[in-house]
Design a protein around this ligand. Structure first.
Ligand SMILES: [Mn+2]
Length: 431
């Protein structure tokens, strides 16, 4: 029982992401840069296992060279650990929403060539859930599903049973965990997992992907909940720090968890320019925003890194909000290219005084659907599932020209919808 080992932990690396488009290639390079640095840390630490909690890739915008890159980096890790430490490393991953669906997952691109070292957990297998285990560790998980709450409660017993085989037990999740970190507004409750659900399976360590912010580890009910966050800013508003964790385990118990920060390829800053309740003219916003642009450009002069600035305009404007955005962009863009300033993103949230109170509140999507589907009674979850399945297929297969599906892709959904309606009518007549 005295054996000790090290685990390298990261999540949400989003290799292949290229947003914002204007600096898409720069951002693509930044996510790769972070991934390579993470691998460097794992090699330096001589880890026995690497855990990734989902969104390894950004499937929507990834290119073949992104797959080749990840394969090469993982191979570099495997080779270095073998040469320097005379041991093997096992890489265990769970699928995130950006990796694709369980039938069509970008993780497969890596799994095929590296199958001996690369293990995907948390997908259904015949007769149970896929897990990884050896004499030292057992890793179970749940790949991304829009219905995480229900799916997790259905699988909790199998996960608990699977974990009981291992000495050190790890659960990998790719879902928001309520009661552990803030839940982004607009997230439907059924897509979250509660902290008590996550704790119920008896894992020593629960690694939560999907949430991109960085949190300190939290000990609850005999488990440690860990949210590594992203390895770079997935959205320009993400603050960081970005990094990876190194866990040390001895005799089946967690001895330490260390955060190792990564140095981003680009400096990203998000600033708010707000009238704070007062009403400003467009020119006043432009001046304040320009002051921020200049001070960021000054900061870049003393930094080796290139930078991207995001300016959020907030408060109330005397004039049109679109005119405001255009005016700020026109002036800010004049500074792009100076001193390594790659781009300025202008996010206009300022409300025009003339239009205040004029717009009705737009209901949040899931509550709108719940209400629209309410006549379906107990078939509401079926209908919600249909909507989310359609979204996934639209995402992957819609024509880029028309945004529509082919008849063949659409047909199964039409059939399901008709079936739901027929069943709803039947229920109605029976009651
Ligand atoms: Mn993510």
């Amino acid at each position: 029982m005295g054996e000790s080992f090290k685990i390298g932990i990261f999540s949400d690396t989003h290799v292949g992401r290229s947003i914002p488009r204007v600096v898409g290639d720069k951002r693509r390079a930044a996510f790769k840069h972070a991934f390579s640095q993470a691998i460097d840390v794992f090699i330096r630490e001589g880890v026995d296992y690497v855990l990734h909690s989902g969104d390894l890739f950004e499937r929507r915008s990834m290119r073949p060279e992104d797959t080749a890159f990840v394969k090469k980096e993982l191979q570099r890790l495997i080779d270095a650990i073998s040469e320097l430490y005379r041991k093997r490393v096992n890489i265990v991953v769970v699928r995130g929403n950006h990796d694709g669906t369980s039938e069509n997952s970008a993780l497969d691109y890596v799994w095929h060539p590296l199958a001996e070292y690369f293990h995907v957990v948390g997908e259904d297998e015949d007769g149970g859930i896929s897990t990884f285990f050896d004499q030292q560790i057992c890793v179970a998980g749940l790949g991304y599903t829009p219905f995480a709450k229900k799916t997790f409660s259905e699988k909790a017993d199998s996960i608990k049973k699977a974990l009981s085989r291992g000495s050190f037990k790890v659960l990998l999740l790719h879902a928001f965990v309520e009661g552990h970190h803030p839940i982004p507004p607009g997230t439907p409750e059924y897509s979250t997992i509660s902290a008590s659900q996550a704790l119920s399976v008896g894992a020593d360590l629960v690694v939560c992907g999907h949430y991109h912010g960085h949190l300190d580890p939290a000990e609850k009910g005999g488990s440690v909940l860990l949210t590594p966050g992203g390895t770079d800013a997935i959205d320009l508003g993400d603050k960081g720090p970005f990094g990876v964790y190194i866990a040390e385990v001895e005799g089946g118990a967690l001895q330490s968890l260390r955060f190792v920060e990564l140095k981003p390829l680009q400096l990203i800053k998000s600033v708010k320019v707000s009238s704070e309740g007062a009403v400003w003219g467009i020119q006043r916003f432009v001046e304040k925003a320009l002051a921020e642009v200049r001070s960021f450009a000054e900061q870049l002069k003393f930094s080796e890194a290139d930078g991207i600035l995001r300016v959020v305009l907030d408060g109330r404007v005397d004039g049109d909000d679109i005119d405001l955005r255009v005016a700020v962009e026109r002036e800010a863009f004049k500074h792009v290219g100076e001193k390594g300033l790659l781009y300025v993103e202008v996010d206009c949230r300022a409300s025009p005084v003339s239009r205040e109170l004029a717009l009705p509140a737009v209901p949040e999507k899931s509550s709108f659907l719940q209400e629209a589907f309410s006549p379906l009674g107990e078939l509401v979850p079926e209908a919600m599932k249909l909507v989310s399945d359609v979204e996934v297929v639209l995402d992957e297969r819609a024509s880029t020209a028309t945004g529509l599906l082919t008849d063949r892709d659409r047909d199964p959904f039409v059939k399901r919808w008709v079936k739901i309606l027929e069943e709803a009518v039947e229920h109605e007549q029976r009651n």
